[in-house]
Design a protein. Structure first.
Length: 134
């Protein structure tokens, strides 16, 4: 079972830091990112992946959120929420912390999902390459 400090009242950071688990909030956020990636890659479960990414953001400081937000762009896009994905993508691109590697991860997630599970958005993605690093 994954830790659920985010379901407690109060400050998530304080709850994690006062626990006896020996993990930091960043560690737990990373676990939720990994869980989201596994749901996406192995099960094609966009809902679980998206929910886990939302939870991960509760544990991560803004400067630590790029991997989760990059994955969120992919899950939004694959879920048919192309406009929301593009808005988030443009917001990320406008920041100093977003890198070409983050961009690569978005595209890799979409390509891997499309190869394994397919989605209505796959044909459009292949044709338009909306997340091309320029």
């Amino acid at each position: 079972a994954l830790p659920k400090f985010h379901e407690l009242e109060g400050d998530v950071y304080e709850a994690v830091n006062n626990s006896s688990l020996g993990f930091t909030p960043k560690d737990i956020g990373a676990v939720y990112i990994g869980y989201a990636q596994a749901a996406l890659i192995f099960k094609g479960d966009l809902i679980t992946a998206n929910n886990a990414l939302d939870i991960s953001l509760k544990y991560l400081q803004p400067y630590e959120q790029y991997p989760a937000l990059s994955a969120k762009v992919a899950t939004l896009y694959l879920s048919g929420q192309e406009q929301e994905a593009m808005v988030l993508y443009q917001k990320l691109r406008a920041t100093n912390g977003f890198s070409e590697m983050n961009n690569h991860n978005i595209n890799a997630a979409i390509v891997n999902f499309c190869e394994k599970f397919g989605a209505a958005q796959c044909a459009s993605y292949t044709e338009h390459q909306p997340f091309e690093w320029r």
